[in-house]
Write a protein that binds this ligand. Structure first.
Ligand code: ATP
Ligand code: MG
Length: 514
């Protein structure tokens, strides 16, 4: 063979051998592969092109016989086929491919052949499905968040009036009725919290926590609440670092996961909680979220059970709000969606791994925090008895009249002197005409023109001793980060009037300068 021909053959061979696309030649009926390049052999999960060549493709490759008929018919009529197909690998797993095939002109003395290229679309398809799921979750998140926010304000009006009404009522029947309103509104409050958590619009009070300590405390609490035929094991490495989360929310996450695990183990079983540090050097895919966990240092918390497990279809939907497989009245389907929201809002990631009959593991990644901050001393134990509330002037700023009025009436009844305004600008104007000192400001956060933090800053210039309570149903990121509230208190809507009074008393008695 002349040298130049040899060289050009070697070049073509290299192209064929190293192509990332599958390249093949098959018999004219498309049933036997005559030539397959290494990429195609790998794609279909076989050992060699010889092994592949021995197979009847009509039997082994196609998941749907109609797909094969379509390909053959198209090649017979137009000499060409191009389209997406679903094939089976050697191990039976499915693969999405893009096939371009054509009939090659008859080689003199030889048979007709089909040749073409194959692209593996599986990874692309999986990513597309994951992205769709994330977008789906995001869009329901937006809807759920908007609704929860509206319901939040309505809920506060209902519960506040019921709370104020209760001590005024004389007859036992009337008291029972008002109690029933309060009871129902507490249930509504839980649902609103879960919806806000899912849509990541919840107000969080994150703290730097020692993971091991926090998990051990939560496990001890779980042991008292989870059925006795379920053993709970907490295996946290001693050197696990700190995380920055709202402790109550971390507790809620673990309670949700443990409750689900217990439900999946009706005849008893084992619940294992582990925590360890992990360094991700490159972005790691998160199974169900279509996203990747950014490289970095993490604390990884796993909650595993030996329960019934879940099939793929269930796993794909577990984080959707109101998705439940439990009978009516036994599950609202909000547990995992709020868990998802809390973890995401805390800058983390959550994924699920499960197989029917083989238990389930939820894995949470939370960014590792190096240094613990010293927690602020709390004066929650103090009572107001030491200070007479009537000496205290409170400025209440809230645009929802339905909420402002019951809060104002309640605080007035509690003996405070209350000035109120519908927004920051009105409040500043009101103070122009008032010479009185403001001891405490209770204000909404998001307001037009002068928002809550801005109002607080301006008033502090005049009354440096003034205490501040922000009332908000929005997430901390919408408030400009927790730093802006370092010296004040954030009260999450919905709240009970008693909780507002307790916070106010605590602040007024505290020695902290706000
Ligand atoms: N550990 C688990 N094992 C098996 N299935 C689970 C597990 N955790 C969740 N699931 C499935 O995911 C579904 C959704 O869970 P989620 O916690 O969001 O709602 P729920 O438990 O049905 O209701 P809720 O938590 O609101 O009372 C469950 O109904 C169940 O089918
Ligand atoms: Mg649940």
């Amino acid at each position: 063979m002349p040298k130049t021909r040899k060289l050009s053959e070697a070049k073509f061979r290299s192209l064929f051998e190293n192509s990332p696309y599958g390249i093949f030649q098959s018999s004219a009926n498309g049933d036997r592969l005559l030539i397959a390049n290494p990429a195609l052999v790998r794609m279909l999960g076989y050992e060699s092109s010889e092994e592949l060549a021995r197979l009847r493709l009509s039997k082994l490759l196609y998941t749907r016989p109609s797909d094969r008929s379509l390909v053959i018919h198209s090649i017979a009529s137009s000499g060409r086929f191009e389209g997406d197909l679903e094939w089976k690998r050697k191990d039976g797993s499915l693969i999405s491919v893009h096939l371009i095939a054509q009939l090659v002109p008859e080689i003199p003395g030889g048979d007709k052949l089909i040749e073409g290229t194959i692209e593996d679309l599986t990874a692309k398809r999986t990513l597309e499905q994951h992205l769709q799921r994330v977008q789906h979750l995001d869009s329901i998140g937006g809807l759920a968040g908007g609704m929860a926010h509206e319901l939040n304000n309505l809920h506060m009006v209902i519960s506040s009036y019921a709370e104020m009404l209760l001590p005024e009522l004389q007859s036992a029947t009337q008291k029972r009725k008002a109690d029933a309103i309060l009871h129902a509104s507490r249930r509504a409050s839980t649902l609103i919290h879960q919806l806000l958590a899912f849509s990541r619009k919840q107000t969080l009070t994150p703290q730097v926590l020692d993971t091991t300590r926090a998990l051990n405390e939560i496990t001890a609490m779980l042991r008292g609440t989870i059925r006795e035929n379920i053993s709970i094991d907490c295996r946290c490495e001693m050197e696990v670092g700190n995380v920055r989360v709202d402790p109550l929310q971390l507790q809620e996450v673990l309670v949700n996961l443990a409750t689900n695990a217990a439900d999946a183990m009706p005849h008893g079983g084992k619940l294992v909680i582990t925590a360890e540090n992990a360094t991700l050097t490159s972005d790691e895919p998160v199974g169900n979220q279509g996203a990747k966990i950014a490289a970095g240092e993490y604390v990884v918390i796993k909650v595993s059970d030996t329960g019934l497990g879940m099939d793929q279809a269930t796993q794909a939907r577990v984080f959707e709000p109101f998705f439940t497989t439990k009978p009516v009245g036994e599950g609202t389907g909000l547990g995992l969606s709020s868990t998802y929201g809390i973890v995401k809002q805390s800058g983390g990631w959550i994924k699920v791994e499960s197989k029917p009959g083989q238990g389930t593991t939820f894995t949470i990644y939370l960014p590792l925090i190096e240094n613990a901050l010293t927690s602020r001393a709390s004066s929650a134990q103090h009572t107001m008895s030491a200070q007479r509330s009537s000496a205290v002037t409170v400025l209440l700023v809230e645009d929802e009249a339905g909420l402002r009025e019951p809060v104002r009436d309640y605080l007035t009844k509690e003996g405070y002197r209350v000035l109120d305004a519908a927004n920051g600008a009105d409040a500043l104007q009101l103070l122009e005409s008032q010479s009185s000192r403001i001891d405490a400001l209770i204000t909404d956060v998001i307001m037009p023109q002068v928002n809550g933090p801005e109002l607080a800053r301006r008033l502090k210039a005049r009354f440096p001793e003034m205490k501040v309570i922000f009332m908000s149903g929005y997430a901390e990121d919408k408030l400009g980060g927790p730093e802006s509230f370092r010296d004040s208190v954030l009260l999450k809507k919905p709240f009970a009037l008693r909780a507002l009074r307790a916070k106010l008393q605590e602040l007024l008695l505290s020695t902290l300068t706000i």
